[in-house]
Design a protein. Structure first.
Lengths: 217, 104
């Protein structure tokens, strides 16, 4: 296991993407939005020092990402005549950047799949105990939702031959993954709720599968 | 400016930092800050601002190009009108030239 110098960007297609495709390819049969938003593609990019540089990196790679998304859903030959701008890309996709990476392959290039470990809302309730008696902090945590919690959630780069391999893998390795996930929330892990077995882990955290990790670094 | 319960978000973040500095929950400060300010949203907003600026300058270039094209069209139209107005004279001149050149 190794912590990386990369950022993983997960792209979630929006309804605009579907409208964009139907406008560009009126004769093409398109998948529905629910299917488009399932198993979103992950892209590995070079880690950047600040947000400006991160936007530069996204701008540098948006064409490749956009083309891959079109090819993934419609096949590799249709995207050629489609023209798009950086603004189109930003309207068609919501991106989530994950810098908390656990690499469980010999190198990042060898990783082609990814798991994202996201805290569930029940975790938030337990997390309240760690924020102390401050009314302000308690109010902030009360108002937070699952998407706030899931931002920059830990991603595990690991290849699987079949979906049924994931559960045994997580049973064996949930502890280092959990440690990474907790360390992004709190510098003193001991003050957080105890997760002492795999059952507790699955109660507090959901594991999302991304079957495509594309390298653009 | 983003507000949180009628208070400026940046002030809340500062407040959280101060509370945690005094030892109440110092270990969770970054995470609580994340709950207040979405980094992904900030990044998305930053990228969108840049993309909009690019689109704006592209539009300005296109408008300039269209203006130039319209100007050229107007000049061509004026030239055509002038040529049309003096067509009789031009024809007369060319007839005159031809008659001068033809062997008598």
């Amino acid at each position: 296991m190794e912590h990386s110098q990369w950022d993983v960007v997960i792209l979630k297609p929006t309804a605009v993407f579907l409208s964009f495709l139907s406008a560009q390819l009126p004769d093409c049969e398109l998948p529905d939005l629910q299917l488009l938003q399932t198993d979103n593609t992950a892209y590995a990019l070079c880690k950047q020092d600040n947000d400006e540089k991160m936007v530069d990196e996204l701008e540098k790679n948006y064409t490749a990402m956009f083309q891959h998304e079109i090819a993934r859903w419609l096949g590799p030959i249709v995207y050629d005549p489609i023209e798009f701008s950086f603004l189109d890309f930003l309207r068609c996709f919501k991106f989530a950047v994950h810098s908390q990476i656990v690499l469980m392959e010999p190198s990042i290039d060898a990783g082609h799949q990814l798991l994202c470990v996201k805290p569930r809302s029940v975790w938030l309730k337990s997390f309240k105990s760690a924020v102390g008696n401050s009314t302000l902090l308690r109010r902030i945590v009360d108002d937070a939702n699952e998407s706030h919690l899931a931002e920059n959630a830990t991603v595990v780069i690991k290849n699987f031959k079949q979906l049924t391999d994931i559960k045994p893998f997580m049973q064996n390795y949930y502890e280092p993954v959990l440690k990474s996930e907790l360390s992004r929330m709190c510098t003193d892990i001991s003050s957080l709720p105890v997760v002492d077995d795999f059952y507790a882990f699955t109660r507090y955290f959901a594991v999302e599968i991304h079957s495509q990790l594309i390298h653009l670094h | 400016m983003k507000m949180y319960g009628g208070i400026c978000m940046e002030a809340i973040v500062e407040g959280v930092s101060c509370i945690t500095t005094f030892g109440l929950s110092s270990s969770v400060v970054d995470f609580v800050r994340q709950l207040l300010l979405s980094h992904d949203k900030n990044l998305h907003d930053l990228a969108k601002t840049r993309a909009l600026q690019q689109a704006k300058s592209l539009l300005a270039m296109q408008e300039k190009f269209i203006d130039e094209l319209q100007l050229r069209q107007q000049v061509a139209q004026i030239e055509y009108e002038i040529n049309g107005r003096f067509q009789d004279s031009v024809s007369a001149l060319s007839l005159h030239d031809r008659s001068e050149m033809s062997p008598s």
